[in-house]
Design a protein around this ligand. Structure first.
Ligand code: AMP
Ligand code: MG
Length: 357
């Protein structure tokens, strides 16, 4: 595919039926369609078509080491992709679907093993975004949809991000505007007892625990993205969600982190580097009057999640050499934002917890 990829604008709340029909036909023919979900843009393919699945890995330039999530439009369709579905899956579906929660279950034999790299499991989600819902329903098949970005790049939260990464590599893009949550789904493995959160995401651990008190956290430092045998060291984090600029994160008491960030800004500037800062709105005054590029992420963790990936891409466009950010408090969506920051930074953290201040 060398031509440009067509983009069809759609109303995010009431998508045009013709646009959806056209996109669904592409999926049924084995093609690739990028579309908005409530989390990030997904790169969709027919989950029952092994050729189409191979096309996803090609388009993303992704080595086949990261299993895909199958998206469905009704709870009843669970039975098309999974077997031995435990009662807990139905309880969680009732509580969180449609929404940003992905369940790992036993894979149905009719789903090609390449969806989950030959594992006997499958990750499933029922998205709430009206465009995603309408598209999957019209396609009439489960739709695998990893984030619609090139391998290792920040996930796409607008159609323009998709185009920047995948123009000419996918058949069609549905543009439904920016995605509301802005980070990927929470993945919980129900094939183990107790269940484990494999990836923090749009549904908080706290919310999940209300419905499933025995659920366990998987350490963010060893999350499952490439293989499960990774050492539990932040330095070994997989490269993912990464800007071109190098990233440095800071952890520790508020004042000490602020001082360390100021110090590092000075050092970088001295070395002739252009510095970018990712800041919650309230912290902007702490770094005023500095010759740096600042992107405000918003007032709370939900807004930070929504803006994070676009902010990373924006700082790349502004040509910064390094991006500095504070790791947010590990609660609610702050856990998810912290996880994505850590991976974007490939684990580079300055910890000032024990620094003399
Ligand atoms: P995405 O890149 O948003 O499509 O997310 C894929 C992620 O879902 C992977 O990185 C895993 O964390 C998780 N996942 C998908 N399928 C499985 C599976 N069968 N077993 C365990 N984790 C899975
Ligand atoms: Mg991704």
């Amino acid at each position: 595919m060398t031509r440009h990829t067509p983009i069809i604008p759609v109303d995010p709340h009431h998508p045009d039926a013709d646009a959806i029909r056209q996109a669904a036909a592409v999926l049924r023919d084995g093609g690739l369609v990028a579309f908005p979900t409530e989390t990030v843009y997904g790169l969709g393919a027919n989950a029952l078509d092994a050729e189409a699945i191979a096309g996803i890995y090609r388009a993303k330039g992704r080595p086949a080491n990261n299993p895909l999530i199958a998206h469905i439009s009704t709870v009843a369709e669970l039975a098309r992709v999974a077997v031995d579905i435990p009662e807990r899956a139905h309880q969680l579906a009732a509580a969180f679907w449609p929404g940003a929660l992905t369940l790992v279950l036993k894979r149905h034999p009719q789903v090609p093993g390449s969806v989950s790299l030959g594992r006997d499991t499958i990750a499933v989600r029922l998205p709430s975004h009206p465009v995603a819902h309408a598209l999957i329903e019209a396609a009439g098949v489960p739709v695998v949809a990893p984030s619609a970005n090139r391998f290792t790049r920040p996930s796409a939260t607008t159609a323009q991000h998709v185009l920047a990464d995948l123009d000419g590599r996918v058949d069609l893009i549905l543009d439904g505007g920016p995605t509301p949550i802005g980070v990927e789904s929470t993945v919980v493995d129900l094939t183990v007892d107790p269940p484990i959160v494999l990836r923090p995401g749009g549904v908080t651990f706290e919310a999940l625990r209300e419905h499933m008190p025995d659920v366990q956290r998987y350490s963010a430092a060893v999350a499952m993205d490439d293989d499960s045998a990774r050492p539990a060291s932040p330095g070994m984090l997989s490269k993912h969600y990464s800007p071109n600029a190098s990233m440095l994160l800071f952890r520790g008491p508020f004042e000490a982190v602020t001082d360390a960030m100021r110090q590092t800004i000075g050092d970088c500037m001295q070395a002739g580097q252009k510095v970018g800062l990712l800041l919650p709105d309230a912290e902007q005054p702490l770094f005023a009057n500095l010759d740096v590029e600042v992107v405000r992420l918003g007032a709370d963790a939900a807004q930070m999640a929504r803006h994070l990936f676009a902010a990373l891409r924006q700082l790349d466009e502004q040509g910064v050499d390094c991006i500095l950010a504070r790791i947010p408090p590990a609660e609610g969506l702050g856990v998810t934002v912290g996880d994505r920051l850590l991976r974007a930074a490939e684990g580079q953290v300055i910890d000032v917890t024990d620094a003399d201040i």
